[in-house]
Design a protein around this ligand. Sequence first.
Ligand SMILES: *[C@@H]1O[C@H](CO)[C@@H](O)[C@H](O)[C@H]1NC(C)=O
Ligand SMILES: *[C@@H]1O[C@H](CO)[C@@H](O)[C@H](O)[C@H]1NC(C)=O
Length: 419
Amino acid sequence: MVTPMKIINIIGAIVLSLLAVVSADVFFEERFEDGWEKWWVISDWKKHENRAGKWNYTSGRWSGDPVDKGIQTSEDNRFYAISAEFPEFSNKDKTLVFQFSVKHEQKLDCGGGYMKLLSGKVDQKKFGGGTPYSIMFGPDICGESTKKVHAIVSYNGSNYFLKKDVPCATDRLTHVYTFILKPDATYTILIDNVEKRYGSLYSDWKILPPKKIKDPKAKKPDDWDDQEYIPDPEDKKPEGYDDIPVEIPDTDAKKPEDWDDEEDGEWTPPKTVNPKYKGPWKQKTIKNPNYMGEWKAPMIDNPDFKDDPDIYVYHHLRYVGIELWQVKSGTLFDNVLVCDDPEYAKQLAEDTWGKHKDAEQIAFDEAEKRREEEESMSDAVDSDEDEDFDDAEGDGYDEEASEETDRDGWAADDAHDEL
Ligand SMILES: *[C@@H]1O[C@H](CO)[C@@H](O)[C@H](O)[C@H]1NC(C)=O
Ligand SMILES: *[C@@H]1O[C@H](CO)[C@@H](O)[C@H](O)[C@H]1NC(C)=O
């Protein structure tokens, strides 16, 4: 029986949980339900060259919830660009959370799975690779060398790559990528609600010069002893050590019976290794009692560092966009979120990906089993001459040599990676 007191408690709990939800500012949330096309704009970028790929509104070939759809790249070797607008806001003094889920159903060998936040006024019909953005975040895979999470931030008109390596998921299931940027300029990257990287805009991007540098004027003192080991003065070369010959006559050797001293000359026994010979003498080393360790210049404040407390601020955030090049299509995006509350984002991830991930794994395993059965059946039916035809079909399952595609702009990555 429910007493009035309990009812009050229940109401209280509801009010509290509503407050918890209300405290989040959600600037954009897209679950790709009916009507999504009304506010997403497909760009005309690459269209006239016939290189713009089509999006497929689908839950994919396997899914934890077939009713829950997202948008999926559906044509190989194509460019993709799509964006949606939200009421402009600034993240000044606010935590910024950017999150979405992505599933690479193809065995992705070269292609991005990242999204962008754009600022100011953008002509969405022209949105493309050259459109300036504020943040680009998400997984990128190309060949064996690139399997990372990008977190590129723009500052004062330039783009800065994250200097730290954050590996991305490489399987063919849905994963949630979250980027959190706080007013103290710290950031967190999560995959599937698990923290993968935490750090600061100051240290993990090369945006501003470092706060501290090694004192360029400092010099190693002359009497700084950085020799860790020294020869052992107690260890002396034994008397006569150098007189021991390397080889000695083999005393076991016998003069052959048919040796004729007159014809063959005087017989001398062959030489053999001298077991007493131990190689050139080496003095033992001991730990240097005066060792002072490796010398390091002291760190001082960098005179070139000028702080910008607004280093994390984007004043006119206004769009989310996906702009990709894909060699092989099949990447499915869903549950896009821009908000100010990591807890809200975590809950959304749990309610979507978290709720359906086990069912998705089962659906995937079943799809794989079906494919294997179909393959072995067609193998049994097919004669050898059909083989070439099968390969040409390229169903996306073969382990192919990865195709390294050189995409503009990536070369800058390495340049930024070194500190
Ligand atoms: C869209 O995706 C579904 C599910 O994977 C697939 O059956 C369908 O053929 C796709 N449509 C296009 C146009 O690619
Ligand atoms: C911003 O860019 C301008 C022009 O490139 C440059 O002069 C200025 O020093 C930059 N400011 C910072 C803080 O990087």
